[in-house]
Write a protein of this length. Structure first.
Length: 94
């Protein structure tokens, strides 16, 4: 096992340990969640667990981080872009 892999494994174990500690400490804690846009208001009927809300936010960020960059690359390859994706020599950064 290389030293870099060992350091990565130790950091991953620390991260999992901290995450599990957060789960144990906040599993019984709930929050009353509402959203008000002054034209439309929305409210959960029951309080929601903090861990569930955090997992939903993390999952949404992970999903958008995995899906949006490929979609941006597809949109940029349709032509008409003057940024480095065209392969022409008129861009100083290409």
């Amino acid at each position: 096992m290389t030293p870099l892999r060992t350091i990565g494994l130790v950091l991953a174990l620390i991260f999992v340990g901290l995450l599990s500690l957060f789960f144990v400490q906040n599993s019984a804690r709930t929050v009353d969640l509402s959203y008000d846009l002054h034209l439309w208001a929305w409210h959960f009927k029951q309080p929601q667990p903090v861990v569930l809300l955090l997992a939903g936010a993390f999952g949404g960020g992970l999903l958008s981080g995995l899906l949006l960059p490929p979609l941006w690359r597809l949109r940029g390859s349709g032509g008409g872009s003057t940024l480095g994706a065209t392969g022409r020599g008129d861009d100083a950064w290409a």
